[in-house]
Design a binder for this molecule. Structure first.
Ligand SMILES: [Fe+2]
Ligand SMILES: [Fe+2]
Length: 183
């Protein structure tokens, strides 16, 4: 995909992505990366990938993405394409391979990209720890059980435990520039 026509992009779809969820996903991904010894450059790339992981939703027809009630199998397949569409979109915009692969693999437990695995874990952990209109926030321990059954690698679980196991404390999110991750 070399160029994506403007009229296929539905940026209004991105309003379905909650800012607080994105912000904590970025912060958790950074915390895990810090525990695993990532350097500042790698952390920045991973944070940009975390910020943009669902950007492929802008290429899903709004009528499907915003549908009330159950999706059909066919519609579910179309929504699931947001990962690979995000990958193609980010590549076409000139983002580096890690940012693009984070988008491609953020729902894939078998990903070979360690940054994508971290963002996937951070995404799930964030969703578990936050309160939503239909559910209460889970404790750290409860969230860790969900991550385990989602086949998150042990070293990522250890990093989350080390950072959030005893006390619930989220480090303030460091500022970073989206531009710095453009290859
Ligand atoms: Fe997603
Ligand atoms: Fe998410």
């Amino acid at each position: 995909m070399k160029e994506i026509a403007k009229d296929v992009l539905h940026y209004e779809n991105l309003k379905t992505i909650k800012y607080t969820h994105l912000a904590t996903t970025i912060a958790y991904a950074r915390a895990i990366g810090e525990e695993l010894g990532y350097n500042e450059n790698q952390l920045t790339v991973m944070q940009v990938g975390a910020a943009l992981h669902d950007v492929g939703k802008s290429l899903i027809p709004p009528a499907i993405l915003n549908k009330k009630g159950r999706l059909t199998d066919e519609e579910r397949k179309i929504v699931n394409l947001h990962s690979v569409l995000g990958y193609e979109l980010l590549k076409s915009l000139g983002y580096g391979v890690n940012v693009a692969e984070i988008a491609r693999d953020h729902h894939n437990p078998m990903s070979k990209n360690p940054m994508a695995q971290i963002v996937r874990a951070a995404d799930i952990y964030s969703a578990m720890r936050e309160e939503r209109s239909y559910k209460k926030a889970k404790s750290h321990e409860e969230a860790m059980e969900v991550l385990k059954s989602a086949r998150v690698p042990q070293q990522i679980l250890n990093a989350l435990d080390k950072r959030y196991g005893k006390k619930t404390f989220t480090k303030p999110i460091q500022s970073f520039s989206i531009r710095t991750a453009v290859a």
